[in-house]
Design a protein around this ligand. Structure first.
Ligand code: ARG
Ligand code: ZN
Ligand code: CA
Length: 243
């Protein structure tokens, strides 16, 4: 291949009310965010603290909007059980998931902003799900999750990234250049925030794979980049996307 990875994105919108049927412009604003965040062109990338600037990544993955599928549903909320991905369950079936990243936009999932399927799972449920209030950065996008970073975080999972705290106290995210975090961070942590783990490193709270507000996350690391790109390499679980 040429080494350039372009990911066509199909957005599947399940709505009950008119406002939940988010606009094409709101959808495009999410594509724009993904292109910025995965190429280090986001306006807040330069806020990366000096101690991390050497590892802040240009992942080098591009996203293009390949289509929008819209469907009415009388459902007032959805769960993380993949019903939205099944026409038989009132959802929308994935479009060619070997060649498209499918994003489902639903009206509500309770307190859940979004969820993703890791590489290697069932093709019919492959992709990410985002509640409309956290999709894109215009329209119904709602503060403090109104900068499109929920999809950035979920697409990180879709590309095999773990949470930066390794989902355990001082856990392991399988990435060497991210510091060991005590646990997840929420809100907008003051810098520097010290880990209680071995060596008390400064935590990389501004990483997309933490749990902070959208305005307070603005970088992936080079180690995360390597882990993501491995998914698209020959023999990798998403090799069908490389071109
Ligand atoms: N809770 C979700 C997950 O673990 C997403 C968190 C997104 N955070 C954000 N600032 N938008 O996959
Ligand atoms: Zn997550
Ligand atoms: Ca690490």
């Amino acid at each position: 291949g040429t080494g350039i990875i372009t990911i066509p994105v199909v957005v599947n919108v399940l709505y009950r009310t008119a406002s939940e049927n988010i606009s094409d412009a709101q959808i495009q604003s999410q594509i724009d965010v993904l292109n910025e965040d995965f190429n280090g062109t986001n306006s807040d990338f330069t806020k990366t603290p000096a101690i991390f600037s050497g590892v802040a990544a240009n992942v080098g993955v591009q996203f293009t909007l390949a289509g929008v599928v819209r469907k009415y549903s009388s459902k007032r909320s959805w769960r993380t059980n993949n019903d939205m991905k099944s026409a038989a369950k009132g959802g929308i079936a994935a479009t060619d998931p070997a060649n498209n990243l499918n994003i489902w936009v639903v009206n509500d999932m309770g307190g859940i902003l979004g969820y993703a399927q890791f590489p290697g799972g069932n093709a019919s449920t492959d992709g990410v799900v985002i509640a409309h209030k956290y999709m894109g950065r215009i329209g119904t996008a709602t503060s403090p999750y109104n900068l499109g970073r929920t999809a950035t975080h979920e697409v990180g999972h879709w590309m095999n990234l773990r949470h930066i705290w390794g989902d355990a106290t001082c856990g392991n995210d399988q990435v060497a250049d991210t510091p060991q975090h005590n646990t997840s961070n929420g809100g907008c942590p003051a810098y520097p925030h010290y880990s209680t783990c071995t060596g008390t490193p400064v935590e990389m709270t501004m990483n997309y794979m933490d749990y902070t507000y959208d305005a307070c996350m603005y970088m992936f690391s080079n180690g995360q980049k390597d882990r993501m790109l491995a998914v698209f390499a020959t023999g990798g679980p998403r090799a069908s996307f490389a071109n």
